[in-house]
Design a protein around this ligand. Structure first.
Ligand SMILES: Cc1ncc(COP(=O)(O)O)c(C=O)c1O
Length: 354
């Protein structure tokens, strides 16, 4: 607290990201990173970028990166916006497209950055409770709103929502922007990108942090009608001209192009997830259906906080959310390698026997 702080700063409740522990030999399953490194071609591109050209500013419009993203999704370049991680893209989306008199709607259990952006930008919002089974019921969103946002699959539940439900939502909310945050879509959830040309009120957000293994490079993007993209560009050009540095651009372009590596690593993560779900079920866990690179699971005999602490004592880090109480029995477990799954399962066997 300081007398020098602005009013806004006094009132902020900042987002708290998952821990990045500075310890060796951890089984780190807490922040939904990819267990496989980026494509070797990305590493090559980054090495080439370490050159004299770093003295020059990068392209403020990131044209080459936008072209690679547009090509991947069969869209035009003017339907693509890029930013420093999808968190930055989301920040601009909140300010440019979701700040209205009517409240922004999002689920009560969802990515916890959303209410933080509302606090930062003074956006009125209303949370809509998830159904009993933790799914999103789109009928609950049939009310006056200044926009709708949720991840698909949702986080931290991992539950996917069918594309036809998203299409219904778009049809019923033609006067507001519907933002689908597809951070985890590549692990088995149907993408809404196919609807972008049909619905001018749809904005889809992607990140290179998960399926493309580049959380450290900080690149995310939005796909939508050129009119929505222009709003984001206006905010970005009033904030930071160069959000994508030369390394980020060079690496992200190759990551978008190396489809073979992307497909193979995603498939591997999904296979590991299915095997882990089966092993956890054998240990008595209840696991929510996941279309993501993480699962949300609880055990009837052990509290979530207790399990998390006991795993931590065995150098295995998972994510636990104390509130709301409805999700406090659950652990959010990132899908790692098969070896990490085996370590997790044997640790859980140990813990549950005692
Ligand atoms: C639902 C969701 N959206 C967006 C992000 C932000 O990802 P990044 O800023 O790394 O692109 C995350 C990160 O965990 C997330 O879970």
């Amino acid at each position: 607290m300081s007398k020098f702080w602005s009013d806004v700063v006094h009132k902020l409740t900042p987002y708290v990201p998952g821990e990045q522990p500075k310890l060796d030999n951890l089984v780190k399953l807490n922040t939904n990173e990819n267990p496989y490194g980026p494509s070797p071609k990305v590493i090559e591109a980054l090495k080439l970028e370490a050159a004299d050209s770093l003295r020059l500013y990068p392209d403020p419009n990131s044209d080459a990166l936008k072209a690679a993203i547009a090509k991947t999704h069969h869209l035009n370049v003017n339907q693509v916006f890029v930013g420093n991680g999808s968190d930055e893209v989301l920040a601009h989306v909140f300010q440019a497209l979701l700040k209205h008199d009517k409240p922004l709607l999002f689920p009560d259990i969802t990515y916890s950055f959303y209410p933080v952006y509302c606090g930062l930008y003074g956006i009125p919002y209303k949370t809509i409770p998830l159904s009993e089974d933790f799914s999103i019921n789109i009928e609950d969103y049939a009310q006056a709103n200044g926009g709708i946002i949720f991840p698909n699959p949702n986080a931290p539940t991992g539950i996917p929502l069918a594309l036809e439900k998203i299409e219904q939502l778009l049809k019923h909310n033609a006067e507001s922007v519907v933002v689908i945050d597809e951070a985890y879509v590549d692990f088995g959830t149907e993408s809404a990108v196919s609807l972008v040309n049909q619905y001018p009120n749809l904005l889809v957000i992607h990140t290179l942090s998960k399926a493309r293994s580049l959380a450290g490079l900080r690149v995310g993007y939005a796909l939508g009608n050129s009119d929505l993209i222009e709003a984001l560009t206006r905010v970005k050009d009033s904030f930071n001209s160069y959000p994508i540095d030369r390394f980020a651009s060079a690496g992200a372009i190759v990551a978008m192009q190396d489809v073979e590596y992307f497909d193979e690593t995603c498939r591997h993560v999904v296979n590991t997830r299915e095997a882990l779900v089966k092993d956890l079920a054998d240990l008595g866990f209840d696991i929510l259906p996941s279309g993501a690179n993480f699962i949300f699971a609880k055990h009837p005999l052990k509290d979530g906080a207790e399990l998390t602490a006991e795993l931590r004592a065995k150098s295995i880090i998972v994510r636990h959310f104390k509130s709301p109480t409805r999700i406090s029995p659950y652990l959010r477990i990132t899908i790692g390698t098969d070896m990490q799954s085996n370590i997790l399962i044997s640790a859980l066997k140990d813990i549950l026997q005692n």
